[in-house]
Structure formats: structure tokens, C-alpha cells
Design a protein around this ligand. Structure first.
Ligand SMILES: Cc1cc2nc3c(=O)[nH]c(=O)nc-3n(C[C@H](O)[C@H](O)[C@H](O)COP(=O)(O)O)c2cc1C
Ligand code: SF4
Length: 351
């Protein structure tokens, strides 16, 4: 392994290897208050013990009304700090850095009245949902909530934040011109909503605090996302974690016979245009494959998501050449609903 177990510096934080545990929500472990439970603390402790160079905590909501479900972790009030600190303390015990992913669901929120950059109708879990366009006051309030959430992240001991700007959620909705049809400045410049949040966070957090963005690779096209990535670097972002954009649409922009997924191709193309570290994600199953991606694409870090849900010791096992386990890529990952039923984990621990 020439690269996978080499250190990587992000901003001024040095990670011991190139393996990151990406954000993964496990809803049924918390309640409506958004407060950290013991089960969550132990989950992150176990992940840190497993040897990854970095942990990015699950999407943690910046506003109570922006939640994806009524059991999502929160960082919208000071009362959350104590619980979040239990997670960072547990992870730091293993000298592993941890970032928290800051999230707002926008139209994909679970509440009746959900908001979006524009009045659009979306298919949410098989049902048509009409979103209400944010007023300018609401828009500024949500930006402020991201900033105060980052300040709480500093107080809770995180090493950085990852702004959730991909998949279906609010910042992705702003970035994607198929969704953002505003006629004001936030429509004319779709990146402005995120850039203002980032510059205000930078102004308020310590210099050493890391600010990264999980960006959609096709928002709506790869060319758009490359432009967003370059602009984010110019605006002081420390790393980019490349995943899907709105509605997980992907466009077959990768060349024929390209050996990896379209998301990984996008991360590779983005990495050519920026000098900050870029993370690649999606279906990485083995240390050999992770190493090949690092070597062939020029990306700096690989996210091992479901692999670490199956086997939290994935990074240590990979380093020692042991079996890392096998995710069965179930249609719905059981960790979203009942983690005890994960078949890959059962199989791995029964061996
Ligand atoms: C149970 C579960 C929860 C997830 N929650 C989040 C999340 O909170 N934020 C996010 O950006 N991605 C989330 N994802 C996506 C993962 O971070 C990752 O991108 C995806 O699982 C693909 O990587 P993998 O093939 O290594 O699992 C989640 C995925 C799973 C399986
Ligand atoms: S085996 Fe299934 S439930 Fe377990 S991590 Fe993989 S997709 Fe999720």
C-alpha cells in the first residue's frame, strides 16, 4: 500500500492515513430533542478505535425545523454541546480527528411546511411534495444557523466541519439551477448562499479549525460542479468531499471503460482543477481498490462508508491484510432503520 496508509495534511491537521469514515446517520438511536445518546457515543468510539484517519460525524441539523426526521442529531442550540462533546472526547481518545457534518434538509425535511430556494414540487419518498420558496429573511436566518452551529462545533471540541452541500438537501437545492429558480442574487449566483455561510464561519472560528464541503458531483452537470469546486477553494475551503448532487442524479460523463464509478470520475476531474484535498466515495470494498483509486485518480482520501458499518475495524484490518468484511449493498441500508439487522455485519462477526 503506497498511499493508503500515508499521512495527509488538511489545512494544518495531519491525518494518519487516507481513510475517512463519511457521515452516516443512524436515526433510531436518538429522540426528538436531537441530543446525543450513549449508543451514538459508543458507535463513534468504536469507529475511532477502528483506525480510520478521520471521522466525519453524521448529518447533524442546524435548525430544528430543517430536520430529515424527528430523531436526527442536532446542533441548533447550546444544550446540544455537552452531548456532542462526549462524542469528540471518545474519538479523541484514539487520537483521531473528527468533523461534524452540518445539515439542513430543505424540501426533504420531514415537517409539513418545508422550504426550498424556489416553489417546486418534489418527489419525496414516493409522494409529491410542494415546497415553499424561502423568504429573504428566512434565508438569512438559516445561513446564520449554519454559522452558530459551527461555533458550537468549536465549543464541542470538533476539529472541523463539513458543510452538507450535496444529495437532495438545502445547499444542494441552492447550487442546482434546475431547482434554484430564484430571481434575486441567490438565484443569479447559485453558490452565494453557501459562500456567505463559509466566509462568516471562517471569520468566527479559530484559524486552525477545518472547513470542508461535501459537494454534489453533477449539480446539475460535472462542468458546473468543477466551477463550484474552484470557487470554494478560492473562498478558503480546506477540502472537498465529492458525492452525488440533487436527487442523486448522475450523468454518464465518465469515459467508456473507466474503471471506477461516475462519482469517483468526478472527484478525479475536480482534483485536477483544485489544490486542496479531495475525497472520493462510493462502493469501495477493499484496501486494494482504495489504493488503486488513490494511485490512478489523484484524489487524496477515500471514504469507506458501509464498509465501516459492517466492520468498524476496517482500517486496522486493511492495514494488517486481514478480511475487512463484505457489505451486501442491501436495497435500503438497515442502518437507516434497524442497525441490529445489518446482514453484512452479522456475517462478519459470525465468522
Ligand atoms: C445509513 C447511511 C446513512 C447516511 N447518512 C449520510 C449523511 O448523514 N450525510 C451524507 O452526506 N451522506 C450520508 N450517507 C452516504 C454515505 O456518506 C456514503 O456517501 C455512501 O454510503 C456511499 O459510500 P459507501 O459505498 O462507502 O457506503 C449515508 C449512507 C448510509 C448507508
Ligand atoms: S450489509 Fe446492508 S445493512 Fe449492512 S452496511 Fe451493507 S447495505 Fe447496510
Amino acid at each position: 500500500m503506497r498511499q493508503l496508509f500515508q499521512p495527509l495534511t488538511i489545512h494544518n491537521l495531519t491525518l494518519k492515513n487516507r481513510i475517512s469514515v463519511p457521515p452516516m446517520v443512524v436515526y433510531h438511536w436518538a429522540d426528538d430533542t436531537g441530543t446525543v445518546t450513549d449508543r451514538q457515543t459508543e458507535h463513534y468510539r468504536e469507529m475511532a478505535k477502528g483506525g480510520a484517519g478521520l471521522i466525519i460525524q453524521e448529518g447533524t441539523c442546524v435548525e430544528r425545523t430543517g430536520r430529515l426526521t424527528d430523531t436526527q442529531l442536532g446542533i441548533w442550540e447550546d444544550g446540544h454541546i455537552e452531548g456532542l462533546k462526549r462524542i469528540t472526547d471518545a474519538v479523541h481518545q484514539y487520537h483521531t480527528p473528527i468533523f461534524v457534518q452540518l445539515h439542513h434538509a430543505g424540501v426533504f425535511g420531514f415537517m409539513e411546511d418545508t422550504v426550498c430556494p424556489s416553489d417546486i414540487t418534489c418527489n419525496v419518498k414516493g409522494k409529491e411534495k410542494q415546497a415553499r420558496a424561502l423568504t429573504i429573511e428566512e434565508l438569512h436566518r438559516i445561513q446564520h444557523s449554519f454559522v452558530t452551529a459551527a461555533e458550537r462545533a468549536v465549543k464541542a471540541g470538533y476539529d472541523g466541519v463539513e458543510i452538507h452541500a450535496c444529495h437532495n438537501y438545502l445547499i444542494s437545492q441552492f447550487y442546482n439551477t434546475l431547482v434554484n429558480r430564484r430571481t434575486d442574487v441567490y438565484g443569479k449566483q447559485p453558490s452565494l448562499f453557501a459562500l456567505e455561510i463559509i466566509s462568516e464561519i471562517r471569520r468566527r472560528v479559530p484559524e486552525s479549525f477545518v472547513i470542508g464541503v461535501r459537494l454534489g458531483a453533477f449539480e446539475p452537470t460535472l462542468a458546473d460542479s468543477i466551477a463550484h469546486a474552484v470557487e470554494l477553494e478560492e473562498n478558503g475551503v480546506d477540502f472537498l468531499d465529492i458525492s452525488y448532487g440533487f436527487e442523486q442524479r448522475s450523468y454518464p460523463e465518465k469515459p467508456e471503460n473507466y474503471p471506477f464509478s461516475d462519482r469517483i470520475y468526478a472527484a478525479q476531474e475536480i482534483r485536477k482543477r483544485v489544490s486542496i484535498p479531495v475525497f472520493a466515495v462510493g462502493g469501495i470494498t477493499s484496501a486494494e481498490q482504495a489504493e488503486e483509486i488513490l494511485q490512478k485518480t489523484g484524489v487524496d482520501m477515500v471514504d469507506i462508508g458501509r464498509g465501516t458499518l459492517v466492520n468498524p475495524n476496517w482500517a486496522n484490518d486493511a492495514k494488517s491484510g486481514r478480511d475487512v468484511g463484505t457489505c451486501l449493498y442491501c436495497k435500503t441500508c438497515m442502518w437507516r432503520v434497524n442497525s441490529d439487522k445489518c446482514p453484512g455485519r452479522k456475517l462478519f462477526f459470525s465468522k
